[in-house]
Design a protein around this ligand. Sequence first.
Ligand SMILES: Cc1ncc(COP(=O)(O)O)c(C=O)c1O
Length: 375
Amino acid sequence: MNTDNLQTPYFLIDETKLIENLEKAKLLKELSGAKLVLALKCFSTFGTFETIKPYLDGTTSSGPYEVKLGYEEFGGETHAYSVGYSKADIEAVKGMSDKIIFNSLSQLDTHFDACHPHASLGLRINPERSMAGQDLANPTRPYSRLGVKQDLLDKSVLDKVEGFMFHMNCENKDVDAFIAILEHISTTFSEYLTTLKWLSLGGGIFFTYPDYPIEKLAAALKAFSEKHDIQLYLEPGEAIITRTADLVVSVIDIVENDKKTAIVDSATEAHRLDTLIYDEPASIREASASGKFPYVIGSCSCLAGDQFCETQFEAPLEIGQKLHLMDSAGYTMVKLNWFNGLKMPSIYYQRVSGDIELLNEFAYQDFKATLGKRT
Ligand SMILES: Cc1ncc(COP(=O)(O)O)c(C=O)c1O
């Protein structure tokens, strides 16, 4: 299969780039002794799991279906976390989960008898310190519902849980800032850490970013783990999948209203939602900083402000031309939706050998099935 013949829109995941990230994860594990579980909320495209499995220890989840997916398709350790479990959720996940992490003391109390001793239980703690770029993604923002604050804890919780989970980073590239939070946790929660068996430090540590000092991070994790005699876990999502996939689109039309807009056969609202939610414009491989031909890259949805980015090119764009929206894997394929009944991007996987595998493609029936069924 040759990419020239692929019908847009489609995602193209590059196994070679994925392995580059995974090799860094392997180094981090080896140097630190920490275990790494893939955060399925970020990336769940299970057709790539055969590549990822040898490098990571398992999966972590944010909802019942992710638990099942991790258990069925990835294996290893299956961690279950949810902001809120119903009794039915717990019945569904408890037989598949090695660890079940509760978001609140009331959830822990409600489900303790049903889960114990099927799984090792944990509690999410809000450390009241974070490194998250945007308020929307900051788990320690004022009035946060995510995790238990220290002033609500007492040592009786140790009768019920064997682990704590903290998640307080988002694309944090600053190792010193992370180490400062780690020291805060070490000091503030030391009376718990000596008894606990495991501690998850969540995701959001950008250890695959170019020139990130993995050795320094690993040394800090190892020292923490030895000091408190505890098994550490990290829950990376974005760090594993960053810069491994493009969303490839075609220019469908070019319109002009003071600025030129190239309309492409995709939409942020349907296919790249975080562009819209976090106001983070996409980067386009074909663009050029010195280009003399500026365009808005506009979407095919009905939403007036739905655009991927504004950028410029060395030559005028042409209808039918393909554009590659880079870094379109994390929090992207997991958020696809059928808004406007647009064509859903197919998903391709380019293997190290150069072969291109079709992981999935979608049709009108898939769209219709999300809306109901005739009896
Ligand atoms: C509890 C938890 N763990 C792990 C992650 C994964 O974070 P990232 O993809 O930034 O590594 C998240 C992201 O929101 C999270 O909420």
